[in-house]
Design a binder for this molecule. Structure first.
Ligand SMILES: [Zn+2]
Ligand SMILES: [Zn+2]
Length: 101
């Protein structure tokens, strides 16, 4: 009762097949819309969404590259290193704090 259909992806503009079995699946699920995107773009979007949900809805913090003054490891800090104060990586920072410099 269903026939393969060729649709055009709205993201990449490529034609893709909306197969008879997919149409059946959509109908079973009660979806009335045809897919607007090819399987690759759908997968890409899903991955993006999953990535966002893992990171929460917070705006990404701007991080500045810095070198730890104690151990020399490359790190990132949430402020612009001014140069007149030493910058520590997370490990050294918490270590320093625990011994109360
Ligand atoms: Zn596409
Ligand atoms: Zn360090």
């Amino acid at each position: 009762m269903y026939q393969d259909k060729t649709l055009t992806c709205r993201d990449c503009g490529l034609d893709f097949t909306f197969s008879a079995s997919e149409q059946e699946f959509y109908a079973e699920k009660g979806f009335t819309n045809e897919p607007g995107r090819c399987p690759e773009c759908r997968a890409a979007r899903k991955q993006q969404r999953d990535g966002f949900s893992r990171g929460g809805n917070r705006a990404p913090r701007v991080m500045y590259p810095a070198t730890c003054a104690a151990c020399g490891v490359e790190t990132e800090v949430p402020f612009r290193p001014s140069g007149d104060r030493p910058v520590y990586c997370r490990d050294c920072f918490s270590a320093n704090r625990s011994v109360r410099f």
